[in-house]
Unconditional design. Structure first.
Length: 68
């Protein structure tokens, strides 16, 4: 059960548990930043016009072929 919960998925993308945790924490931080930029953009459309979509596109490019 331990291996299934903590080891199998990180190994599937060729990472240790801690490497995967670091990557996932950075990923989630960038998603929060994108969400904040989108929130500000919703209130003031001239601000952060492309920030959220740029962050999401970068994240996609970093994760698209991981583990393949």
């Amino acid at each position: 059960m331990y291996k299934k919960l903590f080891i199998n998925h990180p190994q599937s993308v060729d990472e240790t548990y801690f490497e995967h945790a670091r990557f996932a924490l950075r990923f989630s931080s960038l998603l929060f930043l994108a969400a904040f930029a989108a929130l500000i953009h919703a209130i003031i459309p001239a601000f952060f016009e492309k920030t959220a979509s740029s962050i999401i596109a970068d994240l996609f490019n970093k994760t698209h072929n991981r583990g393949q």
